[in-house]
Ligand binder design. Structure first.
Ligand code: ES4
Ligand code: ZN
Length: 360
C-alpha cells in the first residue's frame, strides 16, 4: 500500500497486549527445557488417567503448535493453550526475557536474529498480565513485576519505548479469587508505587457479566486506580455498556460488538471511552471471518475512539504493525483517518501528559 511508510512511521501506542500472549512457541519450548517442564504438559489428573492434554499432538514441536494456533475455534479454545503456556514461566528472569523480546519487537519490528528487519515504532505500551494464572503455581505477582520492570528499563534505554503493567482479573475463576488477588496487590503497594498502572478484567466472557465485578471496580475507583475491562469480544453489546456504567472503565478492551447497537455506540461516544480493538485477534478467534468485518468504519463515522492492538501476538499471527497493515488492506483509510487513529491511541494512554507530548 502507498500508505505503508506512513503506517510504519506513525508513533504508536499499544494498550491491549497480554504479556503471556507474547510467548512464542520457540520460547515456550526453550523455557520448558530450561525449567524442566514436561511438554505435552500433563495435569495432575491427566497423569493418572490418560487425559486429552497428555496426548495433544500440538506439543510435538513449535511448528505443530503454530499449526494448531491457526485453527482456534473460539476464545475458550485459545485460552486452553494460552494457560498451558503459563506453566513454563517460573522466574523473574523468564518474565524479563519474555518482556524484553516483546518490547524489542514492538519498538523496532525486529524479532529473532534470523528475521528480516521490519519497522514498527510503538513508542509506549501498556501490558496486561494474569496474576491468578501464576499464584497457584507458587509464582507471586512480585516475580512478574520485577522481571517486567527490569526489561522495561533496559528497553527504554535501548529503544526509547516506555512500558506500563496492568493486572487483569480472570473471569473464569470465582469472584472471591479476584477479590483476594486485588486486595493483595493493593496491600503490597504496587498501585501506590506505580509498579501497576491500572486494573483490567479478562478471560472467558460469556455468562460472566461485568456487574459481577462492580464491587471490586468501585474499590479501585475509590483508590484512584484507572480501570479497563474486556467486553463485547464474544459477549453481547449490553456487556460493553455495563462495563462503562457499572465498572466505570476509561477504556473497553475489544468492544467490537458495540457496533451492533446504536445506543451502546452513543454511550461510548458520550463517555469518551476508547476501545482497544484487536483485528487479527478477532479473525483468529472467529469473532469475524475477515478483518473487513471489524467495524472500523462504523467507529470512525460515529466518533467512537479506538486504538489498534495485537492482544496475543504470538498466538494470533501479528504484532501491532501487522494489525495496522491488515486494517489498511481491508479499508484503505485516508492519511487523516490514520492520523486520528494514532492520535486517539496516544491520548487514550495512561502514561502521563508529558510523555504523550513527547510521543505526539
Ligand atoms: C484474551 Cl483474546 C482474549 N480475550 C479475553 N481474555 C484474554 N486473555 C488473553 N487473551
Ligand atoms: Zn485481550
Amino acid at each position: 500500500s502507498p500508505l505503508h511508510n506512513l503506517l510504519t512511521a506513525l508513533p504508536k501506542c499499544e494498550h491491549h497486549v497480554h504479556l503471556e500472549g507474547t510467548l512464542s512457541p520457540e520460547l515456550l519450548f526453550e523455557l520448558a527445557a530450561k525449567n524442566n517442564i514436561a511438554l505435552p504438559p500433563v495435569s495432575s489428573q491427566a497423569s493418572r488417567e490418560v487425559g486429552a492434554d497428555a496426548v495433544d499432538p500440538a506439543f510435538a514441536s513449535p511448528g505443530a503448535l503454530y499449526a494448531r494456533y491457526a485453527e482456534f475455534t473460539s476464545l475458550d479454545d485459545f485460552l486452553h493453550y494460552y494457560y498451558i503456556g503459563f506453566r513454563v514461566l517460573l522466574t523473574a528472569s523468564d518474565f524479563e526475557a519474555l518482556t524484553y523480546a516483546y518490547l524489542r519487537r514492538a519498538a523496532t519490528g525486529l524479532s529473532g536474529p534470523a528475521s528480516a528487519p521490519r519497522s514498527s515504532n510503538v513508542r509506549h505500551t501498556e501490558v496486561f498480565f494474569d496474576p491468578q494464572g501464576h499464584t497457584p503455581r507458587g509464582i507471586p505477582p512480585s516475580t512478574i513485576i520485577t522481571g517486567f520492570h527490569a526489561a522495561a528499563a533496559r528497553a527504554e534505554r535501548d529503544f526509547g519505548i516506555t512500558a506500563q503493567l496492568i493486572p487483569c482479573l480472570l473471569r473464569h475463576l470465582p469472584v472471591s479469587s479476584a477479590e483476594e488477588t486485588f486486595t493483595s496487590l493493593i496491600d503490597a503497594g504496587f498501585f501506590a508505587s506505580g509498579a501497576l498502572a491500572g486494573l483490567g478484567l479478562c478471560s472467558t466472557e460469556l455468562d460472566r457479566p461485568p456487574a459481577l465485578y462492580a464491587p471490586i471496580f468501585s474499590r479501585a475507583a475509590a483508590l484512584g486506580i484507572r480501570r479497563t475491562a474486556h467486553a463485547g469480544e464474544e459477549g453481547p453489546p449490553g456487556y460493553v455498556s455495563a462495563a462503562v456504567r457499572e465498572l466505570g472503565v476509561q477504556r473497553v478492551d475489544h468492544g467490537v460488538r458495540a457496533a451492533e447497537e446504536e445506543g451502546v455506540m452513543r454511550g461510548l461516544r458520550e463517555a469518551g471511552v476508547l476501545l482497544t480493538v484487536c483485528p487479527l485477534s478477532n479473525v483468529a478467534l472467529r469473532g469475524v471471518h475477515e478483518v473487513r468485518e471489524v467495524p472500523v468504519r462504523v467507529f470512525l463515522e460515529r466518533g467512537v475512539k479506538f486504538s489498534l492492538n495485537s492482544d496475543d501476538p504470538a498466538y494470533f499471527g501479528g504484532y501491532v504493525q501487522e494489525n495496522y497493515c491488515a486494517v489498511e488492506e481491508a479499508f484503505g483509510l485516508s492519511v487523516g483517518e490514520w492520523r486520528t487513529i494514532a492520535r486517539n491511541a496516544v491520548e487514550g494512554s495512561w502514561c502521563g501528559e508529558e510523555r504523550k507530548g513527547v510521543i505526539l
